[in-house]
Design a protein around this ligand. Structure first.
Ligand code: CU
Length: 287
């Protein structure tokens, strides 16, 4: 028995074994992915991740086992037998090229419904918030509450002005258990709006107003941050998403904010802009 051969075979065999085991163990302890609080969209995105991971996983293990087999059956360097000279195998080459192409085509078609749902079929509803990224913060603009209409005012996302809206810094409030629609843009460089636990990621591009929709089934506080290295202060673009229990709770919050802004002597500013619209401006630090 050639001990050197055994050593190398075991070493190479340990790669697929530990590779697969690490995924298995992480999954057992829920450490493979961040928690997923998105029922409508996040589940489907995770399913795509899983499908791709299974495909690559199976091929990874298969190639590693082939490698180990080749090591075990190959002739020793000091063997007196003549080595075989192999000049490739056209059938096999065409076979695995076509197979790889077929798998990629399969993934391309398989993901279409999910992609369409998360990026193309924009929900028909008014915008909940307008988010401007800049070096190095997130300004989140909300509509003011309208007592007469008993609902939020219409948020004009095409207007940078604060007409009929107020602004919070680094804090995004949303209702739970429904699709939330926000518009994301940037003031300076490319940033990336990223909420890992809701599986949302969208570049914030200067001059572009991008609609982004997502959902959170579980109320609570979550992190959102910039996922694009955007300068030395990139690390400061860490903000939070506050998911209110229901649309009613969210509306209550919106009404409270509006009332607080309108109360005199709160140090919060309500002024008229050039067009004479009421402008409420509040900047609250999230942390
Ligand atoms: Cu950034």
């Amino acid at each position: 028995m050639n001990w050197q051969k055994i050593f190398w075979t075991i070493l190479f065999l340990s790669v697929p074994i530990f590779g697969v085991a690490s995924f298995w163990v992480c999954d057992m302890y829920g450490a493979l992915w961040p928690e997923n609080v998105s029922e409508i969209y996040g589940r489907k995105i995770d399913h795509l991740f899983d499908v791709i991971m299974w495909i690559t996983g199976i091929f990874f293990v298969g190639t590693e086992l082939l490698l180990v087999y080749a090591m075990l059956t190959s002739k020793d360097a000091d063997s007196s037998e003549k080595a075989d000279f192999v000049h490739g195998n056209r059938t096999m080459e065409i076979g695995w090229t076509l197979m790889a192409a077929a798998i990629l085509v399969f993934i391309a078609f398989y993901q279409i419904p999910t992609w369409s749902q998360v990026k193309i079929e924009k929900p028909k509803k008014p915008a909940d918030a307008h988010i401007t990224a800049s070096m190095w913060m997130w300004q989140v603009r909300y509509p003011l509450w309208d007592d007469k209409a008993n609902g939020p005012r219409k948020l004009d996302v095409t207007q940078p002005a604060l007409a009929e809206s107020f602004e919070l810094m680094n804090e995004l409030h949303v209702p739970a258990k429904e699709t939330v629609l926000v518009y994301v843009t940037s003031r300076d460089v490319i940033h990336s709006f990223y909420i890992p636990k809701m599986r949302v990621k969208q570049d914030a591009v200067p001059g572009l107003l991008v609609p982004v929709w997502f959902d959170a089934a579980k109320p609570g506080r979550y992190e959102f941050y910039c996922a694009e290295l955007c300068g030395p202060g990139h690390y400061m673009m860490r903000a939070r998403v506050v998911v209110h229990e229901s649309r009613e709770a969210y509306n209550r919050w919106l009404r409270d904010q509006t009332q607080r802004l309108r109360a005199p002597g709160r140090g919060l500013e309500i002024a008229s802009d050039n067009a004479g619209d009421t402008v409420a401006h509040s900047v609250a630090q999230a942390r």
